[in-house]
Design a protein around this ligand. Sequence first.
Ligand code: FMN
Length: 346
Amino acid sequence: MNRKDEHAALAMDFYQEKSNDFDLIRIVHDRFPEMKVADTTLAVELLNQEFPRPFFINAMTGGSQKTKEYNRQLAEVAKECNLMMATGSVSAALKDPSVADSFTIVRKVNPTGFITSNLGAGTTLDQAQRAVDLLSANALQIHLNVAQELVMPEGDRDFSQWLSKIETIVRHLPVPVIVKEVGFGMSRKMVQQLVDCGVTAIDISGRGGTSFTKIENARRPQQELSYLSDFGQSTPEALLEALEVPQIFDLIASGGIQNAYDIYKSLVLGAKSCGISGKMLHTVIHGGVEAGIQLVQDWSNELRLLMTLTGQKNLKDLRHVPVVFSGSLLEWCINREIDSKKYSMR
Ligand SMILES: Cc1cc2nc3c(=O)[nH]c(=O)nc-3n(C[C@H](O)[C@H](O)[C@H](O)COP(=O)(O)O)c2cc1C
């Protein structure tokens, strides 16, 4: 089977709504709203652009006929709801132009939408420019996926010069660059290194949803690396790490977002926007474009209710909502010298 098809099939086989570290965040019921639901606005500025909602369709598919159809459906949802959408890694199309249409379908469906192309770290400025040109993309995502590559039987084994290559791309590419993980999170040190390279948008994409170590291990004949299935920082842990970095940058949350409350909690912690992958693919595969659109509308409505519950009209103000951490998330804070009282007593 084509690797992209295999990834999508395994991601859906393993997909399940499950408890994750978002459950370790409790919102303090703390105020009289003194406002109406109609006072809320979901508008957010990201990559110097205004978007009507604080979530988007994150990188997944392309590279085969089947994933072309997924990309078509996802692009229909993105167009209808005015969502930013990232394609999966276009490296397959740069190597083999015969699969380019599985990515360009996204631009064809949505000629004026905000589309993000995607490539792995370790690629050159020339490849980055070609990835952008392929889709007339508005931005480029560069993904970090060391854990995935190492577990992937045919994966990369050379990770030298990632940072210097990222720096070259960020400094010279004419469109904004988002550096993202693929579900293993980041630490404050990694985020600081990216910021020092000039990166201004970072998606910490943490553990809690799709696990690429689990997916790649299932593709190994012996499946001996199952102990890495839960490797990495969860999305809340990685967000708290990133928030320790003093510089200002666009902080994006993804990894295990299953409902509007997860988005709300990510924004309360300090993310500007959230990327949705597994949940959106699952929704579209099982319910088509209509179900995808319905999900976006439902989550938008729910976000307005949640904002009203804690008396916040704007997404920016969500950062003032007090939250209490428990269990392993609190332990993470203690061990990593993150002051949890900054969040619980604000
Ligand atoms: C089928 C599938 C394919 C993916 N392919 C890519 C990819 O090509 N590039 C990338 O940056 N991330 C890729 N991802 C990772 C997602 O963008 C995201 O970081 C990760 O799945 C965690 O989010 P989730 O828990 O909402 O799925 C893929 C995810 C899925 C489910």
